[in-house]
Design a protein around this ligand. Sequence first.
Ligand SMILES: C[C@](O)(CO)[C@H](O)COP(=O)(O)OP(=O)(O)OC[C@H]1O[C@@H](n2ccc(N)nc2=O)[C@H](O)[C@@H]1O
Ligand SMILES: Nc1ncnc2c1ncn2[C@@H]1O[C@H](COP(=O)(O)OP(=O)(O)OP(=O)(O)O)[C@@H](O)[C@H]1O
Length: 288
Amino acid sequence: MHEATLILPAPAKLNLFLHILGRRPDGYHELQTVFQFLDYGDELGFRRREDGEIRLHTAIAGVPHDSNLIVRAARRLQQEAGTELGADIWLDKRLPMGGGIGGGSSDAATTLLGLNHLWQLGFDLERLAALGLELGADVPVFVRGRAAFASGVGEQLVPVDLEEPWFLVAVPQVSVSTAEIFCAAELTRNTPAIRVCGLPEGGGHNDCQPVVEQRYPEVRNALNLLNKFVPARMTGTGACVFGSFPNHCDADKVSRQLPATLPSFVAQGRNVSMLHRKLEALVQEVNA
Ligand SMILES: C[C@](O)(CO)[C@H](O)COP(=O)(O)OP(=O)(O)OC[C@H]1O[C@@H](n2ccc(N)nc2=O)[C@H](O)[C@@H]1O
Ligand SMILES: Nc1ncnc2c1ncn2[C@@H]1O[C@H](COP(=O)(O)OP(=O)(O)OP(=O)(O)O)[C@@H](O)[C@H]1O
């Protein structure tokens, strides 16, 4: 990482609710959700190469180099731009995999924006979000960097201005496959569409939660534990569960009461992604 010339965050997201409205003929699900970013995430380092090679120097156990979303995002951007430049990339992985907090998708988005900057491509967010959607349904929101009400398969985004509470995120020690939950016969797919963009009255619900609770006792236990202190909900297709607090101190107090078998972290909800804050600061530095 110390050889990197550009270091950027890849923040986590929460799905504050997740309604499944139906299934499309291609198997993807129509959904409605609200995404908010956390001020906690992975960190990526980049350095330009002149020989066109894309080299990720940090391995993730179980993910081959060429399947890593970081490498796939870099190659896709390279191809789209027709550039002969390449990159060395380093990753400080902090987000749990299969946690429903979007780690892989956020890494991909940071790669698209980071290399767009490093290679001076000048692609706008619209174009980068379209490339991101080819890599995963959750990538566009990370590319756009604004808390959003999402519909379609998660790619139709309307920015929303939410409160920015502190969240306690508990991390059950299990990885949940998004595809497995969306394929589940018992998943309900008939929540009526809400018409106003934002949080529904009562905060909505997560249709994936009952399915995951049934199949993964670790997630059920985490919800039971957290529910003793605060109304708890699962994010995305799990495994992480969260509750919100008005300040850091209250969230921290509860986190210290959770058993050692259930790791957790405290982070603030953010309407503007840390990635975009950092890139805007870089651009201002250059212009100063
Ligand atoms: C559950 C969410 O995390 C909510 O933010 C996302 O919708 C999932 O986004 P993601 O992890 O980027 O998902 P992808 O990598 O595109 O898809 C993983 C798998 O989830 C299923 N999938 C995903 C999104 C969607 N709207 N409908 C689906 O049915 C598909 O079976 C797909 O094979
Ligand atoms: N850079 C990466 N970081 C994490 N996972 C990656 C990466 N590249 C590829 N993957 C693969 O993607 C899978 C999903 O990872 P991810 O951490 O994004 O899950 P998630 O938090 O459940 O995502 P989402 O909320 O988008 O469903 C992993 O199990 C892994 O096989």
